[in-house]
Design a protein around this ligand. Structure first.
Ligand code: SAM
Length: 298
């Protein structure tokens, strides 16, 4: 892998550019050591830092020993503020966009600014780093070849259930963000709408002192959360195994194969389970055999 160290952030190369660059900078999701040296350097070199909450991000900057002009850019003023930030770029000033935690634009402000900056022809460059959903998926042990990030589920129960219902046949691993005061309600709704046997993994307080991963069937994880006095504290990423597609890849004809396997496993040996499940679903016997073994051991 080539190690690209020279970029536009060297002060000399910056002077040669007449227009500024918008840097989209990821910041830690809990552990400050996760801030990359390049992110620190970008924040130090930028002329302006656009932050979701200037007080919150001001503390990060002072921890780094950086003093910088800051502008607030949050969901409620993004449309108005974007014009001012484009004017900074036009005047040749580099702007670093950060959010309270993790990667801007991922359930955080920045979409309007980035799309407008791109449309107006300014250079927009990512400074990658922490992102809760990627960190959670990397350690969950669920399929990551295809995943669907859904952001936050609706706060109201009816909306949440409707949203879950619309995703019940999704083949990709589902990923949600959830706040501590709604995690129990949400997992209860997941049990009712997607079924108590679906495999789920919760990543809580990732990179922080009380980092915990809960995994198992929805019913098991719910019981664990309910019995853990700290279970509903902290920030959560919720990940749910998608359903397996039946032969022909017809999405309407998908089914919860884990459920089929679990029911059969309760009565039959693994080999027979794989054969019967294969007849029922049209999926490969080998694939089902592997999955049945995993479920049996879990
Ligand atoms: N932009 C951020 C990112 O890149 O992940 C996400 C911002 S969103 C407003 C905040 C949500 O992300 C939290 O409610 C929680 O669901 C999730 N989250 C953030 N930090 C987390 C952590 N350390 N552990 C688990 N979930 C986290």
């Amino acid at each position: 892998m080539e190690n690209e160290v020279s970029d536009k952030l060297s002060p000399d190369s910056r002077k040669s550019e007449s227009k500024g660059t918008l840097y989209v900078v990821a910041t830690p999701i809990g552990n400050l050591d996760d801030l990359s040296p390049r992110a620190t350097r970008t924040l130090a070199i930028a002329d302006v830092v656009a932050a979701e909450d200037t007080r919150h991000s001001g503390r990060l900057l002072s921890h780094l020993g950086i003093q910088k002009r800051m502008v607030a850019l949050h969901d409620h003023n993004e449309k108005d503020r974007a014009a001012g930030i484009l004017a900074e770029l036009e005047a040749g000033r580099d702007v670093a966009l950060i959010s309270d935690a993790g990667t801007p634009l991922i359930s955080d402000p920045g979409y309007v600014l980035v799309s407008e900056a791109r449309a107006a022809g300014y250079r927009v460059s990512p400074i990658p780093g922490p992102c809760a959903l990627v960190a959670a998926l990397s350690a969950a042990g669920l399929p990551t070849d295809r995943f669907l990030y859904v952001g936050f589920l609706p706060a109201k129960r009816s909306g949440r259930r409707a949203s879950l219902d619309s995703l019940s046949r999704e083949v990709s691993t589902l990923v949600f963000y959830e706040s501590p005061h709604r995690i129990l309600e949400s997992v209860r709704d997941i049990a009712e709408v997607l079924g108590p046997d679906r495999e789920i993994v919760l990543g809580r307080e990732i990179t922080k002192t009380f980092e915990t991963f809960y995994s198992g069937s929805v019913a098991e994880v719910l019981a664990e959360l309910e019995s853990d006095p700290h279970g509903s504290r902290g920030e959560f990423v919720v990940m749910i195994r998608g359903v397996m597609a039946r032969a022909g890849n017809d999405e309407a004809a998908t089914m919860d194969v884990d459920r089929v396997l679990r029911v059969l496993l309760a009565e039959l040996p693994v080999k027979k389970v794989a054969r019967m499940a294969s007849e029922l679903t049209g999926l490969s016997k080998n694939e089902l055999y592997q999955r049945a073994l995993e479920l049996k051991d879990s």
